[in-house]
Every structure is written in structure tokens, then in C-alpha cells.
Write a protein of this length. Structure first.
Length: 149
């Protein structure tokens, strides 16, 4: 199984509409598009894309230009365990791309790597893991700024 953790791109600050309604900034939209362009040729056609229902995560997932599912279990504040359960790690037969939030993504990355504490996942970046031989291999970390054409 390949598991790709994708942190949402740069978003507006919270306002009266609430955290779930925060939209991507202009820079965030460009970040999502760049990362989507980088990912598209590298993932299989049957990859499952799941996203937090937060507006900024949904907008980031749209940068991939593929169908995706919103999952309430990936909302801000989700646990690492619930994210891994939603993704089917490590047993899914498909590549799974999860568009979600910090600190959950950093906690998942740490858990998959066997680290003792959470890691920092930059906005719009991906961490790509491969389940192998009862463990995990970190295949790639890509920042949206490096994914630029």
C-alpha cells in the first residue's frame, strides 16, 4: 500500500465563519494546483483520494483534478488512529491520498516511521509512505514550492 499524506495548502485566517469555512488564499490555490500537477503522473488511476470536510482541504484536493471523498473522520482535531483507519493503513490494496491537517498528519507520519513524537508537515506538502515487510518506507517528501514546473 502507498499512503500519501497531503497537508492542505495556505488558507485564510479564521474569522466569524469558523475554522471549517477557511478558504485557500491565492497562494494556497497555486500551491494545490502545483502539487496536483506533480502528483497526477505519479499515482495510479485507481488511487483513492479522501479529504477532510474543511473547505481548505476540499479546495486542496481539487488541485489533483480527480474525484475524491470527504470524510468527517479527517476533520481538524482528528486522531492519528482515525486517519490511519480511514486510509486502511497498512492493508489497503490501493494507493490512498489523505488531504488533512496538522498536527494529525505529523502524528501519523511519526507513528508510521516509529518516531516518538509528532513531526511538522508543511502546508501543501506531501509525505509518501509505502507499506513494506511489516513496516514502512518513506518514499518521498515533496514541498509545493519544489513541485513547481
Amino acid at each position: 500500500m502507498d499512503l500519501i499524506l497531503w497537508r492542505h495548502a495556505e488558507a485564510e485566517d479564521a474569522d466569524a465563519r469558523g475554522d471549517l469555512e477557511r478558504a485557500l488564499t491565492k497562494r494556497g490555490r497555486k500551491q494545490a494546483e502545483r502539487m496536483g500537477e506533480w502528483l497526477r503522473p505519479r499515482i495510479p488511476d485507481d488511487a483513492l483520494v479522501i479529504a477532510s470536510p474543511a473547505r481548505r482541504a476540499v479546495q486542496t484536493a481539487k488541485g489533483l483534478d480527480r474525484a475524491f471523498e470527504e470524510r468527517a473522520a479527517l476533520a481538524p482535531g482528528a486522531s492519528a488512529a482515525s486517519l490511519l483507519l480511514e486510509a486502511g493503513w497498512p492493508d489497503s490494496a490501493r494507493t490512498v491520498i489523505v488531504v488533512a491537517h496538522q498536527p494529525t498528519l505529523g502524528e501519523v507520519a511519526a507513528q508510521v516511521l516509529g518516531a516518538s513524537s509528532g513531526l511538522s508537515v508543511r502546508k501543501a506538502s506531501i509525505w509518501w509512505f509505502v507499506a513494506r515487510d511489516g513496516g514502512a518506507v518513506l518514499r518521498c517528501v515533496m514541498d509545493a514550492d519544489l513541485a513547481a514546473p
